[in-house]
Design a binder for this molecule. Sequence first.
Ligand code: FES
Length: 135
Amino acid sequence: MVSEYYSPQVIDHFEHPRNAGAMEDADAQAYVTNPVCGDSLRLFLRIEDDHITRASFLSSGCPASIATSSAATELLAGKPLAEAEALTREAYADAVGGLPKSKIHCSVLAASAVRQAVAEWRNRLDPLAPSDGVA
Ligand code: FES
């Protein structure tokens, strides 16, 4: 859904972010920035048996990036790694009821951070494994 305005879900996640804060016992993390606006996201993941069991985040960003990061932490909990990596920026935007057209790019931070964190975790487990090319 594309609208000019923030959805009630965006406003709710922005005003009451879920799982905000650093995670001391994270198994993987990623730091991503949007080169255009400078907004940033640090994502933390707990991983057990190839599943994400918990996620948290720190953000310095616009309401849309904070809302999609917050929604991402809820979406990711319990997901197999492969499913989490396959989530697109559209999935994160949909999780907050859609984003205004001018803010659609803001959900890229969450999608990029998840893929980067999982890739970093896999690389740490098996540094010689070939990359699957997911960016
Ligand atoms: S304006 Fe930068 S991520 Fe939203």
